[in-house]
Design a protein around this ligand. Structure first.
Ligand SMILES: Cc1cc2nc3c(=O)[nH]c(=O)nc-3n(C[C@H](O)[C@H](O)[C@H](O)COP(=O)(O)OP(=O)(O)OC[C@H]3O[C@@H](n4cnc5c(N)ncnc54)[C@H](O)[C@@H]3O)c2cc1C
Length: 165
C-alpha cells in the first residue's frame, strides 16, 4: 500500500472533509476510523446547518463557508445529502424582544436574512406541523421532559461523583 503523505485519525465529518479536500488536491491521504465512518457525533446530531447559532469569529467564518458550500455539495459528491434550506423559527418571550432586535440586526449585517415576527405572523409560517400550534403546551412539556431525561442520562453516564455511590 502506498505510503500516505497525510494520515488522518477519525472519520467523522471533520476527518472525512479534510481527507476529501486533500485528496481532491492530489495529496495521498489515509483515513483511520476505529468504529465506522460518522459513528460519533457526526452521525447523531441535529443535522442543522445553522450559522445563525455562531458567535462572530473563526467559528462563524467556517460556518458561513459551510452554509454556502452545502447546496451544491450533494451534486459534487453524486449523492442526495437530503439537504433542504428551510429556514428556522426561534420563539422568545416579550422580555427578550430587545435582545432579538439587536440579534436580527447583527445577522442581517453579515448577510444572513433574519426577520422579527409577532405571534400571528409566526403562527402563519407554521403550515405543516399543525399539532405544534394546536397543542403548544403539550409540545413544550414533551420537549422539557425529553431534555430532562437526556440530562439525567448524561449525568448518570458522566458525573464522576456517582462512581463512588
Ligand atoms: C447531540 C448533538 C447535536 C448536534 N447538533 C448539531 C447540529 O445540528 N449542527 C451542527 O453543525 N453540529 C451539531 N453538533 C455538533 C457536530 O455533530 C460535531 O461538531 C461534529 O460532528 C464533530 O465532528 P468530528 O469529526 O470532529 O467528530 P466525530 O463525528 O465524533 O468523529 C470522530 C471520529 O473519530 C473516531 N475516533 C476517535 N478516536 C479514534 C482513534 N483513536 N482511532 C480511530 N478512530 C477514532 C470516532 O470513532 C469517530 O468516528 C451536534 C452534536 C451533538 C452531540
Amino acid at each position: 500500500m502506498a505510503v500516505p503523505e497525510v494520515l488522518i485519525v477519525g472519520g467523522g465529518v471533520i476527518g472525512c472533509a479534510v481527507a476529501y479536500e486533500l485528496a481532491r488536491h492530489g495529496v495521498k491521504v489515509r483515513l483511520l476510523e476505529g468504529a465506522g465512518l460518522c459513528s460519533g457525533a457526526s452521525g447523531a446530531n441535529g443535522a442543522l446547518v445553522w450559522p445563525q447559532a455562531m458567535a462572530r469569529g473563526i467559528g462563524l467564518t467556517f460556518s458561513l463557508a459551510n452554509f454556502r458550500l452545502f447546496p451544491a455539495l450533494g451534486e459534487e459528491l453524486g449523492v442526495d445529502l437530503e439537504y433542504r434550506r428551510t429556514g428556522g423559527l426561534v420563539a422568545v418571550g416579550a422580555d427578550q424582544w430587545e435582545r432579538m432586535v439587536a440579534y436580527a440586526a447583527a445577522q442581517r449585517e453579515i448577510g444572513l436574512p433574519a426577520e422579527l415576527l409577532d405571534g400571528a405572523a409566526a403562527r402563519a409560517c407554521i403550515t405543516i406541523a399543525w399539532w405544534l400550534t394546536t397543542f403548544p403546551g403539550a409540545t413544550i412539556m414533551l420537549t422539557v421532559l425529553g431534555i430532562n431525561f437526556m440530562g439525567d442520562w448524561l449525568r448518570d453516564l458522566f458525573d464522576p461523583r456517582l462512581e463512588s455511590l
